[in-house]
Ligand binder design. Structure first.
Ligand code: AVJ
Length: 307
């Protein structure tokens, strides 16, 4: 829950932290959309290019009929390409899995022309369990986890997550996972600290949301956006740096939080991968690496992991 997660993350004795899933209120979702249009943020365009390239080959990898389950409700061209490619052969059932009812409703509206849509308002693993139970005999299941969302997990948690996904699947099923790859440092940093300040606004909006929904009094101008690279963990970290010593009260969560000058709140981790590493992680979770597609202008990988 929002209030308890905020209280827990901000009252830690060491590094304060907020969970990144709370970025996506209405404004946060719109700001993320704007990020995907930034010239410095090539991730989404690379993902889309690769999906366009691989979609026509999916029929070769998945025997008909196919049900598609997506972790996160897909919207727009990526998911539609995949559904269209599969639906050209036999009707497709599509299970978008998302906690947000409005995102699911939008997705159902957009995809109903190409597939039979059955939205599942659940967490990823629980939703996938349901989709796996709901499928018809003989139907193979293709799970989509696009956009490098898996990069938000700590590495060990990502492996556990892959194992959980694998446990929901049967031979013949597969997971298509999109991951952003390690690239030159300046390029990675600029993607998370763009000159127009859209990512900074996206990051600060989390405090705006806490102010609004939890009756808090964060002084937004007293926090600076910061993106750093942790070379050992191979991830970009986003932080909000307190520009002065300050005390914030988060009334609806019933606590006050004190920040030292230059103390940061860690808001997101975006792990970056080596292409081969995805196959190794998949193998450790019980998958077999069936195919991998790489983009050459923005290092990014789509990996098809077979159950
Ligand atoms: C949606 C998690 C893939 O990690 O690049 C973009 C989120 N954060 N800019 C990413 C994000 C800041 C994004 N993911």
């Amino acid at each position: 829950m929002f209030a308890s997660d905020v209280r827990e993350g901000l009252s830690r004795p060491g590094q304060k932290q907020l969970p990144c899933q709370y970025f996506y209120d209405e404004v946060g979702t719109a700001l993320f959309e704007a990020i995907t249009a930034l010239p410095e943020y090539g991730l989404t365009r690379a993902d889309t290019r690769l999906i366009r390239r691989l979609a026509p080959t999916l029929c070769e990898h998945m025997p008909a009929p196919v049900a598609v389950a997506e972790l996160g409700s897909g919207s727009g061209s990526k998911t539609r390409r995949i559904l269209q490619a599969l639906a050209g052969r036999a009707p497709v059932t599509y299970y978008p899995i998302d906690l947000s009812p409005s995102a699911l409703a939008l997705c159902a509206r957009e995809m109903s022309a190409v597939a039979a849509v059955h939205p599942i308002a659940e967490t990823y693993v629980e939703g996938l369990r349901r989709a796996a139970c709901a499928r018809r005999p003989g139907e193979s299941l293709l799970v989509l986890f696009l956009g490098s969302t898996i990069g938000n997990f700590a590495r060990a948690a990502a492996e556990d997550f892959l194992r959980d996904v694998r446990a929901c699947l049967m031979p013949g099923d597969a997971l298509l996972v999109g991951t952003d790859l390690i690239k030159p440092l300046a390029r990675m940093l600029l993607a998370y600290d763009d000159p127009a300040g859209v990512t900074a606004a996206f990051n600060r909006n989390l405090l705006v949301r806490i102010n609004r929904e939890l009756d808090a009094d964060f002084a937004l101008r007293s926090f600076a956006h910061e993106a750093r690279w942790d070379a050992q963990a191979r991830r970009i970290e986003m932080h909000l740096r307190s520009l002065k010593a300050q005390r914030v009260s988060i009334r609806a969560a019933g606590f006050e939080c004190e920040l030292r000058k230059d103390e940061t709140i860690w808001t997101e981790s975006c792990h970056k991968f080596h292409a081969a590493e995805i196959c190794e992680m998949g193998a450790a979770a019980g998958f077999e690496c069936r195919a991998q597609w790489l983009d050459d202008t923005w290092p990014f990988a789509e990996t098809l992991l077979a159950a």
